[in-house]
Design a protein around this ligand. Structure first.
Ligand SMILES: Nc1nc2c(ncn2[C@@H]2O[C@H](COP(=O)(O)OP(=O)(O)OP(=O)(O)O)[C@@H](O)[C@H]2O)c(=O)[nH]1
Ligand SMILES: [Zn+2]
Length: 189
């Protein structure tokens, strides 16, 4: 949550942007826009001011499977170069270590946590893998992201529909080619 004082800063900045692009910030339709944008940034950048992601539960189980895979987790983030959205799907897999697993909902929560800040896709991919490793100490983690970047599509080079794919492997996914192949097979459409 961005505090009131910082939200006021955003409002002043947005008003200046509106003036700079030749709009009248007092025009009825956009009078409340600076406040709306401040509220919106508070949402889309909420993890910058959030406490470290620690609200998770690790469950011990007697016996566990090889790979736990959550596929097609949707996310929205903001590119740190242009403050335009990039969005897509994340696949997260891990191989439990010491028979410890994590509550399933916590993985999409972790994705949200890593998405809601100014980002580049490569760093977000690595962050998710590292955070999961920190929380759970699994034998291995694999993360892949496929995303569309509005800064590539609606401005600049203007290439609609280009997909950017990134991946990151730790532990057994890095060492065991068969495991990595299985992850790729199960996540490739
Ligand atoms: N590697 C990487 N690059 C990104 C990401 N998001 C945006 N970019 C790129 O960041 C680069 C910023 O390049 P600059 O030359 O500083 O900015 P620019 O003049 O606006 O670049 P153009 O987009 O080419 O017009 C661009 O090539 C973007 O496509 C991302 O998640 N990862
Ligand atoms: Zn960008």
């Amino acid at each position: 949550m961005i505090d009131t004082k910082s939200q006021e800063k955003i409002q002043i900045a947005v008003k200046m942007i509106l003036e700079a692009i030749g709009e009248d910030p007092e025009r009825e339709g956009i009078q409340e826009t600076p406040a709306r944008v401040a509220k919106m940034y508070s949402e889309v950048f909420s993890s910058v001011t959030a406490p470290e992601f620690d609200n998770y539960k690790v469950f011990p189980v007697d016996e566990t499977t090889e790979m736990v895979l959550l596929k097609d987790i949707p996310f929205y983030s903001m590119c740190e170069h242009h403050l335009l959205p990039f969005y897509g799907m994340v696949n997260v897999a891990y191989v439990p270590g010491d028979n410890n697993v994590i509550g399933l909902s916590k993985i999409p929560r972790l994705v949200e946590y890593c998405a809601k800040r100014p980002n580049v896709q490569e760093r977000m991919t690595v962050n998710i893998a590292q955070e999961l490793t920190r929380i759970l100490a699994p034998k291995g983690v694999a993360v892949s992201i496929a995303a569309r970047h509005m800064c590539v599509e609606m401005r600049g080079i203007q290439k609609p529909g280009v997909m950017t794919e990134t991946s990151y492997y730790l532990g057994s996914f890095k060492e065991d080619k068969e495991l990595k192949r299985e992850f790729l097979q199960r996540t490739t459409k």
